[in-house]
Design a protein around this ligand. Structure first.
Ligand SMILES: [Zn+2]
Length: 330
């Protein structure tokens, strides 16, 4: 069958084109309800792709081969399944967990790259389950304890959720740091205690001031640039915890001596980069507080475009700085 979907042709240029879909024996055909533009997609769009290295990669391997049928956030309703599919049947509501060209009217995914949508979530939230589960997982695994002072660097979509989860876990003070006032105000409206605009004030000095010179118990890094990574490291107290979340696309120089000398705990919280089995186990737990209404997701969806208008959606997402999450409605 054919579908209309978004293709990244070259950095800075996306198009909505028709292409052929084939459903293999272990594949599921999903009719997309909503897809999301992730920070990752924005990096792809801007041509910011890191070098891949380590076991399993060859020299100069890249995550992005152009033209690239883009999209990993999204979900919808199962319309067809291959003969070997066991986990899903037509009519099931699912959310996608891998790069499967979700910014399209229909997408095809191996059944192991999908998770069932939990009951009780509105459609937009359920479709963005991957992004929500990943950020919630980070907050749940952040070591935050009752009474802690915590800092979140970067309150895009993930940082907004991490800040909310840390507050609900019992942090006494949640400090959010960003360079966009609108995002900081949103975080405060959703429970953060102190907002620091790092374009105007020194966030490290502010955190030290708030903590009697000690530094924060837990600091999450969700902005992903050289400056914020170093500020995050400098904001942690002796023996405190640094929660690493961002996908960092460029090489960064950090003061690693601080991690050694002050014996910082480093927690890597990228759920989708754990094993597939762990992801399947953890996703329902990560979405439980969302189903329970303990965290608020809908206010984070501050841009909505029809799939047809993906060109404009990407342009705005990359340029305006105020976007927390752009949804593409199929
Ligand atoms: Zn994502």
């Amino acid at each position: 069958m054919k579908t209309k979907g978004v293709v990244l042709v070259e950095p800075g240029k996306v198009e909505v084109v028709e292409r052929e879909l084939v459903v293999g024996p272990h594949d599921v055909l999903v009719e997309t309800e909503v897809a999301g533009i992730c920070g990752t997609d924005k990096n792809f769009y801007l041509g910011r792709v890191p070098k891949m290295n380590g076991p399993g990669y060859r020299k100069n391997d890249t995550l992005m081969n152009l033209p690239f049928a883009i999209g990993h956030e999204g979900g919808g309703i199962v319309r067809d399944v291959g003969a070997g599919v066991r986990r899903f049947k037509p009519g099931d509501h699912v959310m996608n967990f891998d790069v499967n060209a979700t910014m399209a009217e229909y997408f095809v995914a191996d059944e192991n790259n999908l998770e069932p949508s939990p009951e009780g979530l509105e459609s937009e939230v359920a479709c963005l389950g991957e992004a929500i589960a990943c950020a919630t997982f980070s907050g749940l695994h952040s070591n935050v304890n009752l009474g802690d002072a915590v800092v979140v660097y970067g309150v895009g979509f993930a940082g907004q959720i991490i800040a909310q989860v840390m507050k609900k876990k019992g942090a006494a003070t949640v400090v959010v740091v960003d360079i966009v006032d609108e995002k900081l105000e949103l975080a405060k409206s959703l429970g953060a205690d102190v907002a620091i605009n790092a374009a105007k004030d020194d966030p490290v000095a502010a955190v030290l001031d708030l903590t009697g010179g000690k530094g924060a118990d837990v600091v999450a890094e969700a902005a992903g640039v050289d400056r914020t990574i170093n500020q995050a490291i400098e904001s942690v107290r002796h023996n405190g915890t640094l929660v690493f979340y961002s996908w960092v696309t460029q090489d960064v120089t950090i003061n690693i001596s601080r991690l050694h000398h002050d014996s910082l705990n480093l927690i890597n919280t990228g759920l989708v980069h754990h094993t597939r089995q762990e992801r399947t186990v953890w996703t329902p737990w990560a979405l439980r507080p969302v189903v329970q209404g303990l965290t608020q997701i809908t206010p984070l969806f501050n841009r909505r475009f029809d799939l047809e208008d993906a060109v404009e959606a990407f342009r705005r997402d990359a340029e305006d700085g105020v976007t927390v999450k752009t949804l593409l409605v199929a």
